[in-house]
Write a protein that binds this ligand. Structure first.
Ligand code: GLA
Length: 722
């Protein structure tokens, strides 16, 4: 019989070769069986949820984005004690304090042009007759906090003495005065333009503030010049990402566009700052100001009012005081929203919220009204039959089964809060996770991908999931930091996946895969890098209502962290029932065959499903069994229910020209039966494997050490006794 006519010449992209090359096959199988780094620990999900995506400065401040007032946008250099104190009073009387606004901040021009005899900064006595200390006392007496401004240069932008070289003295002066917040600007910086110089100048003040022992929120203002999102997380609490905002639609929306892609860098204590609010200053319509305030909240930006709150209109106060929108900005999960679609000036953003829902902005950047649409799955949620929707501006409530759509005025934003209803439980059996609806999904870059790696940008821009040369048809492709939840409803018993950094980033990338059953860490891969083969990760889920898959950056930042949950499954229900089962009638957890698919009750014809023949070894035919091609691995979920596997094994008679393989049966990670090498000339061998207590049965066929040509291997008549 001629068996090989259709074998493709270029085999370089097949699983078979990748498995077989250079012994990788056995290494991979071994990694799958014995290398499973399955650890348990007492860490809880709450600890993860509290951990910032970016390394945050360790001062305990700005766990939610800071809220308050800064005089610059409305008053420029005309700052005064009277203005600051009256603003504090207005915060209290207008309800803004109750809405969460806390910091009353002084910008540039508060001091005299020279330091005093001991080198300390001097408040302008005409503007601040009681000094900064007296002003701070006044503000503190109203339950508010005081912020101040300085500059990491020889002079501030308006030409007053800068702090460069005076960091220790100035930080101590601020602490002595009772200052709670420093905005640190970047004019006249004498810089050589290097990133290191920026890091040095901003770190010097950060260290000086820490050394005072007073908690002082540290707001970096270097206008995004040296990509501060990449280094300032450990230096300050927020960093400006752009140049100065102006009171116009084009300035505001342009800054939003610059800040939108930076979500992965933000987290509690460390925020992207797209500059202060212009709401109320007159250069935009109220519709545009609502867009401004919606987008800033969606982006978890600091909310610093930049208008005169003493004289603000009711409409302005209604925008700034919208507590539903503020709650999005201040949400405890601390995620910046991301753009999930952007087409023709219609921009949809989604921000994960601590309650499992999403805040959504539907923005129309065009000059005429248009309909903006999205879906719950595009927002990163799913798995429920119904979702509650609240419009955070009109306050209208509704429900949807999945689609979301609104007519949005020119330059307007409809802002919604979308909350999943009761989630749908997964079906009984072994489910590919990529086929299940998740209840929540977050990825550091790009969306969580089903059955593809994460290409960092648009949905579907990744590749076949590949770890250490092994490709996987199914699984989830994410980018650190990532957090995905599935509803398991107390029905599921076991999680299984191969995990690793995807090959598409070469040797780069290092991540840590963690599995949580409700709030408990039940499996942890430890650090996996771009050089590592796949690691098998399994976890017991019994009794858990939620399965949560977390990928951290392993502590070294998120660059190149393309992480694959390859072949991820959840087994739900109770495993095989008592009695004997033909194994080919039992659903597997995972199945790999060197050529073609694993066949039920047929030999392996190398190509399409069903192209083999009746299972035949040494002239004996078998009605039931599994036809595979080396190198192969099949796993079954047993839930501890089964006792033995008995089976005949051998190379199928259709391999007339050769073939030699080794059949191995594993009870969890223990070898329970081994045929030794059998060839196409051998008659069937009989194997019996003790499976007592096994959660998982794994059937392995190796190439017998001589390459996998003609290796058509039959698990002939296997019977599982449970
Ligand atoms: C820079 C900053 C502004 C403001 C001015 C004050 O331009 O970016 O926010 O502080 O300086 O001079």
């Amino acid at each position: 019989m001629l068996l090989k006519p259709h074998r493709p010449r270029n085999r370089s992209h097949t699983l078979a070769q990748r498995l077989a090359a250079g012994g990788a096959a056995l290494a991979t199988v071994a990694a799958g069986l014995a290398g499973a780094a399955v650890l348990t620990a007492g860490a809880t999900l709450a600890q993860f949820a509290a951990a910032p995506a970016a390394a945050a400065v360790d001062n305990g401040l700005a766990l939610a984005p800071q809220m308050g007032f800064n005089d610059w946008n409305a008053f420029g250099c005309n700052v005064s004690e009277q203005l600051i104190e009256q603003t504090a009073d207005a915060f209290v009387s207008s309800g803004l304090k109750a809405a969460g606004y806390t910091y009353v901040n002084i910008d540039d021009c508060w001091m005299t042009h020279s330091r005093d005899a001991s080198g300390r900064l001097v408040p302008d006595p005409a503007k601040f007759p009681d000094g900064i200390k007296g002003t701070a006392d006044y503000v503190h007496a109203r339950g508010l906090k005081l912020g101040i401004y300085e500059d990491a240069g020889t002079a501030t932008c308006a030409g007053y003495p800068g702090s460069l070289g005076h960091e220790t003295t100035d930080a101590q002066t601020f602490a002595d005065w009772g200052v709670d917040y420093l905005k640190y600007d970047n004019c006249n910086n004498n810089s050589d333009g290097s990133r290191q110089d920026f890091v040095n100048r901003y770190t010097a003040m950060g260290n000086a503030l820490k050394a005072t022992g007073r908690p002082i929120l540290y707001s970096l203002c270097e206008w995004g010049q040296q990509s501060p999102w990449e280094w300032a997380g450990g230096v300050g609490n927020s960093w400006r990402t752009t140049g100065d905002i102006g009171d116009s639609w084009s300035s505001m929306i342009g800054i939003a566009h610059q800040n939108q892609p930076l979500a992965a860098y933000a987290g509690p204590g460390a925020w992207n700052d797209p500059d202060m609010l212009e709401v109320g200053n007159g250069g935009m319509t109220d519709t545009e100001y609502r867009t401004h305030f919606s987008l800033w909240s969606e982006m978890a930006a600091p909310l610093l009012i930049g208008t005169d709150v003493r004289t603000a209109s009711a409409a302005t106060l209604a925008i700034l005081g919208n507590t539903d929108v503020i709650a999005v900005d201040q949400d405890a999960l601390g995620k910046q929203g991301t753009v999930v679609s952007n087409s023709g000036g219609l921009v949809v953003m989604s921000k994960p919220l601590a309650d499992g829902g999403r805040a959504v902005t539907l923005t129309n950047e065009n000059t005429g009204a248009q309909t903006v649409s999205t879906t719950v799955s595009a927002l990163g949620i799913g798995g429920a039959s119904s979702y509650a929707v609240k419009d955070l501006w009109s306050k209208a409530t509704s429900t949807t089964t999945g689609s979301i759509s609104a007519s949005v005025p020119a330059h307007g934003t409809v802002m919604l809060r979308v909350t999943p209803g009761t989630p749908v439980p997964p079906p009984t059996g072994v489910n590919a996770l990529s086929d299940l609806p998740w209840t929540s999904a977050v990825s550091g870059w790009g969306p969580v991908e089903r059955d593809h790696s994460n290409g960092e940008q648009a949905a579907g821009d990744g590749h076949t999931l590949t770890i250490g040369g092994v490709t996987y048809a199914k699984g989830l492709g994410v980018h650190a930091a990532s957090d995905i939840s599935f509803h398991t409803g107390g029905l599921c018993t076991r999680f299984s996946a191969d995990v690793g950094v995807d090959d598409e980033v070469g040797a780069n990338g290092s991540v840590d895969f963690q599995v949580y059953r409700d709030g408990t860490l039940v499996a942890d891969s430890g650090t996996r890098t771009g050089n590592d083969p796949p690691a098998r990760l399994t976890a017991g889920l019994t009794g858990g209502g939620t399965l949560r898959l977390v990928v951290t950056d392993a502590g070294d930042g998120i660059n190149y962290d393309h992480a694959d949950w390859a072949g991820a499954t959840v087994a739900c229900g109770s495993g095989p029932t008592a009695g004997t089962h033909a194994l080919s009638d039992v659903a597997w957890e995972s199945a790999v065959s060197g050529w073609g698919p694993v066949e039920h009750d047929r030999s392996n014809g190398e190509q399409a499903a069903g192209n083999g023949h009746t299972l035949t070894i040494g002239g004996v035919t078998y009605a039931k069994g599994l036809g595979v091609h080396a190198v192969s691995r099949i796993t079954y979920y047993l839930a501890g229910n089964c006792r033995t596997l008995t089976t005949d094994v051998g190379v199928d008679d259709e391999s007339t020209a050769g073939g030699s393989v080794d059949f191995q049966v594993y009870r969890d990670s223990t070898l329970a039966a081994d045929s030794g090498v059998v060839t196409n000339n051998d008659s069937a061998r009989h194997l019996t494997a003790d499976l007592t207590g096994a959660m998982e049965l794994t059937l392995v066929v190796t190439d017998g050490g001589d390459g996998n040509t003609y290796d058509h291997a039959d698990w002939a008549g296997p019977v599982l006794a449970c």
